[in-house]
Design a protein around this ligand. Sequence first.
Ligand SMILES: Cc1cc2nc3c(=O)[nH]c(=O)nc-3n(C[C@H](O)[C@H](O)[C@H](O)COP(=O)(O)O)c2cc1C
Length: 204
Amino acid sequence: MILGISGSPRKMATEHILSEALKMLGELGLETEQFTVRGKQISPCRHCDYCLKNKECIVKDDMYQLYPLIREASGFVIATPVYNGSMSAQTKIIIDRTRATLAADPKALRLKPGMAIAVGGDRMGGQELAVQQIHTFYILNGMIPVSGGFFGANLGATFWSRDTLDGVMLDEEGFRTLRKTTKRFAETVVHLEKMKGSDYYGKG
Ligand SMILES: Cc1cc2nc3c(=O)[nH]c(=O)nc-3n(C[C@H](O)[C@H](O)[C@H](O)COP(=O)(O)O)c2cc1C
């Protein structure tokens, strides 16, 4: 299952684009599930280190809806709105709270592919940095960040919403980055599935 996570507190552009991404992945043969931070109570990591000893997070909030999905997922699509030139605080909180997942199993995310989507109100409002922040999370955990490649989607999917749902729906260039990125992502998922039988898979 491919897990899509929306880091927007609204049912607007980011959530819409994530749904479109998961629909595209579905058409490419992948099973998907969508989670949103909208309406959820998810607190920041307290760095209390309870998870390091107890292999679970001490903060019993709505993150507990996401923890089982994270464990089950074989790939990730993280979509964030751009806030002040980077990812939203909500997206960052989700990322930081995966510390408990990794405390329980340091290899929980290893070799899983991940793609990123950033939706900004401005055409060049920080989408690339937001995508790179998500990629950094993937890299830190031994995951495989997937872009859409050169000539259009160099780092991943980036959208210009003009702060509205209608605006993002009209962003043809954004949809091109999304199509390219989902295609490569699906290709990577299938390739990794085939690799699972090999002697070297997961030994690092
Ligand atoms: C606190 C805040 C900061 C923002 N900063 C930026 C920014 O730096 N660059 C940008 O392009 N858009 C910025 N925006 C606009 C949002 O990225 C844009 O409206 C986006 O579509 C929001 O996602 P949503 O439609 O899913 O809510 C900001 C919005 C908020 C609320």
